[in-house]
Design a protein around this ligand. Sequence first.
Ligand code: PEP
Ligand code: MN
Length: 276
Amino acid sequence: MLKFHHMQRLAQVSVRPVQVGPVTFGGAAFVVIAGPCAIESAGQFSRIAAAVKAAGAAMLRGGIYKLRTDPHSFEGLGEAGLAKARAVRDEVGMPFVAEVTDPRQIPVLGEVVDMFQVGTRNMFNYSLLKELGRTDKPVLLKRGFAARLEEWALAAEHVMKEGNSRVVLCERGIRTFETATRNTPDLAGALWIQKRLRLPVLLDPSHGTGRRELVIPLALAAAAAGLDGLLVEVHAEPARALSDGAQSLDFAGFAALMARLRPVLAAVSRPLHARR
Ligand code: PEP
Ligand code: MN
């Protein structure tokens, strides 16, 4: 028994924790961030926020500025979404992360978010990374879809070199020859960079797979493997979502994810991050 416990400790990489309000990334607890791909309306976001909070999420997500491959698709509410996001964040009392797609958004978006997200398309945008390095807000840095691990590590370095060491990484899948899944989530790579940089690393199983039925099993694998948390897309009616419905969990699906995470985390001696 003692020996087994010792082995678990050896497997766990020690990372430098990053604090976002009441939430600690890279501490003992596993952190789940959940919410819609995009904020579509105040009512839509409010309903989803209440549901993910009730199911035990520690933090809220919701896109305001969306970089879409097809310019004719929904690009988020933009400026009109800022006040809506702020109101829901305050209503549920959870820290909130949203993507910043342009350095010019930093001052206004900074009034609304507790953490800036850098999306996969911007991991190589060094002027954005440097500007975020000069802010006092933590940064959730997603892996570029065609970025090598070393390039991802150096992108984090671009932020930290400017003085902001509060960086959390998120593996969201890379582009490979495979097309059955939207991306190829690289769990081994996520573990490699966690050990290399000693920064907290999350998995995004939603963009990682693009398929709802694969989100829960992949999320459980991340928890078992020793990653520090998840970024998950949830929608009240995924079939009607304006973006990424096929990979979004509905409320029952998210509750199932949270229920199934608990025994997996218990098996690796890790609690689920509680809300404050
Ligand atoms: C997102 O999480 O909102 C997102 C757009 O993801 P990615 O940048 O990984 O595609
Ligand atoms: Mn999305």
